[in-house]
Design a protein around this ligand. Structure first.
Ligand SMILES: [Zn+2]
Ligand SMILES: [Zn+2]
Length: 368
């Protein structure tokens, strides 16, 4: 077995404990670059060995088309990490973004995966020129172009934009990049001459999206350079007004980092203004939802009474129940349709009120 996987096999609770007792401040940062890489398998092992020495944790994808990394490391090692990157011609001076809000528990492991692409975008890259990207805009220019009436488009998935976005932005309903860009093409096909302002989390998705839109006839495409992450940094550094409101969804344990105090979403269970994004704690459900503290207490951190019922069974009984069940089905279901979630909760509460158990009905639902 790959020796690097051994440490990663430790139980998450143990890894979390270790991290909490580490007692060193950590910095979370991200970077990507479209660059030709060769012998990626060997490179993967070299990077792992190098970065492990610097206590780097995180999720990194490498492919022949480049690198996409989100990592955390002891703040004291950041300089050495920079030197290690700069020592490789392919990563020299790669710009990185430091996460604004960070408690150092972003990642528990270091995972470096060799992929066919650094972003799973589902697009046929050979059908268009991926290097013909839109104009890179800094925060100030992006704000100005917004004021001038540019059409702002969120290139993230529905569950990311639910808790924060640029006011007035077009927000696709899809939960994949491919779906989102197809939606943009279909819905905005009459706006190909208008100034387009794209944004995403770190800027990487806009590289592909802008090239794709230009290929499909959009003439004036700009993109937020460095994404929301760097926008937040620039806004802070320059004392500008943030036109991005709410939280920024991130792909680590935190799920979100706050950009402004605005609350742009509502609890999907009770409908009150709230932007606490979380997963249903019933492991086979794992559904993403916005859930207020009161509902979290009421439903034991679950999306519904049926999930709560399973989640509160003894561990052994839960394991038994889980056998043979997949964990994929409900992941983002509630985002576009919280009303359906509330209806389901209502239904289940009625069943409970009549003195029946839910397990049978809920398993039927999950299979449906
Ligand atoms: Zn609630
Ligand atoms: Zn659930």
């Amino acid at each position: 077995m790959d020796p690097h996987r051994l440490r990663n096999l430790l139980h998450p609770d143990l890894l979390r404990q270790r991290l909490e007792h580490e007692g060193r401040p950590r910095t979370t940062l991200s970077f990507y670059r479209y660059v030709r890489l060769s012998e990626v398998e060997a490179l993967r092992h070299t990077l792992y060995a190098e970065w492990e020495l610097l206590d780097v944790l995180g999720r990194v994808y490498i492919a022949t088309e480049g690198i996409n990394a989100q990592v955390s490391l002891p703040t004291g090692n950041v300089e050495r990490f920079r030197e290690a990157l700069d020592a490789r011609p392919e990563f020299r001076e790669v710009p990185w973004k430091i996460a604004v809000e960070d408690d150092g528990k972003s990642f528990l492991k270091l995972i470096i995966k060799v992929k066919s692409k650094i972003v799973a975008d589902g697009l046929a890259d050979d059908a268009f020129d991926v290097t013909n990207v839109g104009e890179h805009l800094d925060a100030k220019t992006f704000n100005r172009k917004m004021e001038e009436g540019g059409l702002v488009i969120d290139m993230r998935n529905n569950y990311e934009s639910v808790i924060g976005y640029f006011y007035g932005a077009y927000l696709p309903k899809a939960d994949t990049f491919r779906g989102a860009i197809e939606e943009v093409l279909a819905d905005l096909k009459d706006k190909k001459e208008e100034p387009i302002l794209l944004y995403c989390t770190g800027g990487i998705r806009c590289e592909k999206a802008s090239a794709y839109l230009k290929h499909h006839g959009f003439t004036d495409v700009g993109q937020l350079h460095g994404g929301i992450i760097d926008y937040a940094r620039q806004i802070k550094a320059q004392g500008l007004e943030s036109r991005y409101k709410g939280q920024n969804f991130v792909f680590d344990e935190r799920l979100a980092e706050r950009i402004t105090d605005d609350v742009v979403s509502t609890c999907m269970q009770c409908g009150t203004p709230n932007d606490r994004i979380t997963n249903c704690h019933e492991a086979t459900c794992n559904m993403l939802l916005v859930q207020c503290e009161a509902c979290a207490a009421k439903y034991a951190d679950c999306c519904s009474p049926s999930c709560r019922e399973i989640h509160q069974l003894p561990i052994e009984a839960q394991r038994e129940w889980r056998k043979g069940r997949s964990t994929r089905s409900t992941k983002t279901k509630a985002i576009n349709d919280p009303a359906a979630l509330r209806a389901r909760i209502h239904e289940e509460e009625a069943i409970l009120a009549s003195g029946l158990k839910l397990q049978a009905t809920s398993s039927a639902k999950l299979e449906a």
